[in-house]
Write a protein that binds this ligand. Structure first.
Ligand code: ADP
Ligand code: MG
Length: 474
C-alpha cells in the first residue's frame, strides 16, 4: 500500500474499512442534520487520513473549516469514536485532498484525472466531479442583512421575487449587474439561502463563480467526463453564476454555459447571473448568449449614496453591538465611497480596535486607526484635473468650466465639477469659486447642494458622479 494520504489507520484497518466507516459517519450526519444543512456545510468534507488516533478531515475553505469545526466538530468526533474506539481527536483542516483529485486549475495534468484519486478518496464522494459542484452559501449574506436603499431596491426586489417564486415568467434569467462591492454576490447568496431555508421546498440550488464554472468544465473535458458534468448542472433547479464577465473570451466555456442555460430555462429552471456590466455592455460575449441573458429581468445595482452608506454602517454597527457615534458613521460614509466591502472593512477595524484597547470610538480614533485607508482615498486631486475630466465626461469644452455660459448643458457639469472640487480637494468655497471663472462662494455652495440633491433623487446621475469621483481618485 503506498497511498500516502490515508495510510496508517489506527488499528490496522485497511483503507476499504476506513472508508466504509467514513461513509457510515457521513450518512449518519446527513440524516441527523438534514439534507440542506448537509449539502451546505458537510458535503465537501474529505477524509485525509487517520494517524495515531487522530482523524484528519479536509474542507476547501477556511470559512467552511471554521464553521464545521465549531458546529459539527464534536459530533464528528463522537461518530468516529462510535466506529473506532481508538480515535482520540478529529482535526479539521483546510485542504482539498486535491493532491490526488480534482484540481481546480487549468494546469491539471491530463494524466491525473479525478478518477485516478487514491482509493480512499474515490469512496469519499467529494472527489467525484461536481459533487461539490456548488460553492457553499455564506449564512451572513441573507436578505435580512441586506440594507435596501434607492440604489439597490430594484435589484433587491427582483432577487426577493426570484427567491419566492423561482422560474416565474419575466424573471428568468435574472441578471444582476453593478460595480465591485455593491452587493451582487450578497443577493445571490440570499436567494440561495432563502430557497434552502428549513421548511422550504428544498430545490437543488447551485451557486458558483463563472471562474469556477470554467475550471470545472475544463477539468471535466480533460477527465473526459463532460457528460457527467452536464448532467449534474442540468439537474439543479436554480443555477447561479457569479461574475460572468470572467467568461469573456473563453469561447468553449461560454458555449457550454449557453447550452446549460438553454437546457435549464427550457426545463423550467431558474438562472441567476451576475456581472460587472449589463449584457449589452460586456464585450466578448457571444451574441446568442447576450441575447438570451437579456431576455428575463435585468437589474442593476447603482453606486451607493451617502444615505445608503449611512444605513449600511448603522445596520452593521448594530449587528456588531458596537457603539459608534453618528459623527463617526458620517465621517466614514463621507470618506469611503467606493464600495460597501471597504466601508464594512473600515468599520470592522474601528470596532476591533476599540474592543482591543477598550476605548470608545471617536472621530480622532477613527482617523488614527484608518489612517492608511483614508490616505488612499484622500489622494490629492487638483481642480484643473477635475475640470478637465468632467468636461471630457460631459463632452463640453473645458473653457466652459470657467466661462459665463448658463445653458443647462454646461451649467450642470460645471456644478458637478464644483461639487467634486469641494469633495476631493481641501480648497475653500471662495477658492473654488475663483477657479471657476471668479464665481462667488455662494454659487459654489448652491452647486454643492444642487448636486447633492440630484444624487439623492436620481440614481443614474449619482452613478455618473460616482464614476467621475472614482476616475479622479484612481
Ligand atoms: P459584489 O459581489 O457586488 O462585488 P458583494 O455582494 O460581495 O459585492 O458585497 C461586498 C460586501 O458588502 C459584502 O460583505 C456584503 O455583505 C456587503 N454589502 C454590499 N451591499 C450591501 C447592502 N446593501 N447591505 C449590507 N451589506 C452589503
Ligand atoms: Mg461578487
Amino acid at each position: 500500500m503506498e497511498r500516502g494520504a490515508a495510510a496508517a489507520a489506527p488499528s490496522g484497518d485497511n483503507e476499504a474499512e476506513l472508508s466504509a466507516k467514513w461513509v457510515r459517519i457521513r450518512t449518519k450526519l446527513q440524516s441527523e442534520v438534514g439534507d440542506v444543512e448537509y449539502r451546505t456545510w458537510l458535503k465537501q468534507m474529505v477524509l485525509a487520513g487517520v494517524e495515531d488516533g487522530e482523524v484528519t478531515v479536509l474542507l476547501p475553505t477556511r470559512f467552511l473549516r471554521d464553521w464545521v469545526r465549531s458546529h459539527y466538530g464534536d459530533r464528528i468526533l463522537k461518530l468516529w469514536q462510535a466506529e473506532e474506539a481508538a480515535v482520540r481527536g478529529v482535526s479539521i483542516r483546510v485542504g482539498t485532498g486535491r493532491e490526488a483529485g480534482f484540481a481546480e486549475s487549468v494546469a491539471l495534468p491530463s494524466d491525473a484525472p479525478p478518477a485516478s484519486a487514491p482509493e480512499i478518496a474515490s469512496t469519499s464522494r467529494s472527489y467525484r466531479l461536481g459533487d461539490d459542484l456548488a460553492a457553499p452559501l455564506d449564512p451572513r449574506f441573507s436578505f435580512d442583512s441586506f440594507v435596501v436603499g434607492k440604489p439597490n431596491e430594484f435589484a433587491y426586489a427582483c432577487a426577493r421575487r426570484v427567491a419566492e417564486r423561482p422560474a416565474s415568467q419575466g424573471f428568468n434569467p435574472l441578471f444582476l449587474y453593478g460595480g465591485v462591492g455593491l452587493g451582487k454576490t450578497h443577493l445571490m447568496h440570499a436567494i440561495g439561502l432563502e430557497l434552502t431555508r428549513a421548511g422550504a421546498a428544498h430545490p437543488a440550488v447551485a451557486y458558483m463563480s463563472a471562474e469556477k464554472f470554467m475550471y470545472r468544465f475544463i477539468a471535466a473535458l480533460r477527465a473526459q467526463s463532460t457528460l457527467e458534468f452536464k448532467d449534474q448542472l442540468r439537474s439543479v433547479d436554480v443555477l447561479m453564476i457569479d461574475d460572468l464577465q470572467f467568461l469573456v473570451g473563453k469561447d468553449n466555456t461560454q458555449e457550454e454555459f449557453f447550452h446549460t442555460f438553454n437546457a435549464l430555462i427550457d426545463g423550467g429552471k431558474q438562472i441567476v447571473v451576475s456581472a460587472d456590466k449589463s449584457p449589452s455592455e460586456i464585450s466578448g460575449l457571444g451574441d446568442r448568449l447576450r441575447t438570451r441573458l437579456g431576455c428575463g429581468m435585468v437589474a442593476d445595482l447603482h453606486a451607493t449614496t451617502f444615505e445608503l452608506r449611512i444605513s449600511i454602517l448603522e445596520a452593521k454597527a448594530t449587528r456588531a453591538n458596537a457603539d459608534v457615534p453618528p459623527k463617526v458613521l458620517e465621517f466614514l460614509a463621507h470618506k469611503i465611497t467606493s464600495n460597501v466591502r471597504e466601508l464594512e472593512g473600515a468599520l470592522n477595524r474601528l470596532i476591533a480596535h476599540a474592543n482591543l484597547f477598550n476605548r470608545p470610538i471617536t472621530l480622532e480614533t477613527a482617523s488614527e486607526v484608518l489612517h492608511d485607508v483614508l490616505k488612499a482615498h484622500d489622494k490629492r486631486v487638483t481642480i484643473d484635473e477635475i475640470q478637465r475630466r468632467v468636461a471630457e465626461h460631459y463632452n463640453m469644452r473645458i473653457a466652459d468650466m470657467t466661462g459665463a455660459r448658463r445653458a443647462r448643458s454646461v451649467a450642470r457639469p460645471r456644478q458637478v465639477a464644483m461639487y467634486l472640487a469641494k469633495q476631493l480637494t481641501a480648497r475653500s468655497l471662495p477658492d473654488i469659486g475663483k477657479r471657476f471663472g471668479n464665481r462667488d462662494h455662494t454659487t459654489v455652495m448652491h452647486a454643492v447642494s444642487k448636486v447633492t440633491e440630484l444624487i439623492n433623487s436620481d440614481a443614474a446621475f449619482a452613478e455618473d458622479v460616482e464614476l467621475l469621483r472614482k476616475m479622479l481618485e484612481s
